[in-house]
Design a protein around this ligand. Structure first.
Ligand code: HEC
Length: 150
């Protein structure tokens, strides 16, 4: 009885899982993925912003934790824009992305680099450094949204 059960489980897993060579089942799945990544970026960023504004107590360890998360999270959305058909997958991405994919990806890369600089500032423990790096990091969001997001 064990074998058929295992086969059934594997079949179910495979059907729900990604196509070979991709983390995504289809274009719509890639949109869900990148939107989820952006949401996590927003949450982690907002916590640092609240601390810098003094709305909650400044906690250097928590800033480091958030900045460390951002350093990884900001590398995630971009591959989900390269899935075939993803421009028709819904979401708020403008068609201009795929007409200027090199520019779009380099802006994504800059965001990730600025997140690394933010993490380095957080590691230094200097709040003034964090403030400066955070400002540079945050400028990327609106600049890209103005050009590439509905
Ligand atoms: C290189 C371009 C680019 C940069 C930089 C960028 N975004 Fe976005 N963002 C997009 C695009 C494109 C979408 C629309 C994605 C979609 O709907 O498929 C988006 C969507 C979002 C969303 C909505 C996600 C949802 O659930 O629909 C949030 C929140 C967001 N971005 C936050 C941020 C924050 C915060 C930053 C800066 C730290 C940032 N983004 C930087 C391009 C960018």
């Amino acid at each position: 009885m064990k074998k058929p059960l295992l086969a059934a489980v594997l079949l179910t897993l495979t059907c729900g899982a990604a196509h070979a060579g991709s983390a995504f089942t289809d274009a719509k799945d890639s949109v869900t993925y990148r939107q989820a990544a952006f949401q996590l970026i927003r949450h982690n960023m907002a916590d640092i912003a609240d601390m810098l504004k003094g709305e909650v107590n400044y906690d250097a360890n928590r800033v480091t934790q958030r900045a460390t998360a951002l350093a990884t999270l900001t590398t995630l959305p971009w591959q989900a824009f390269a899935v075939p058909g993803t421009e028709q997958g819904g979401g708020d991405a403008k068609a201009e992305i795929w007409q200027n994919l090199q520019d779009f990806n380099s802006r994504g890369e800059k965001l990730a680099n600025d997140a690394l600089a933010l993490k380095a500032a957080a590691d230094s423990g200097e709040q003034a450094e964090v403030r400066k790096a955070f400002g540079a990091f945050a400028r990327n969001c609106k600049a890209c949204h103005d050009d590439y997001k509905n």
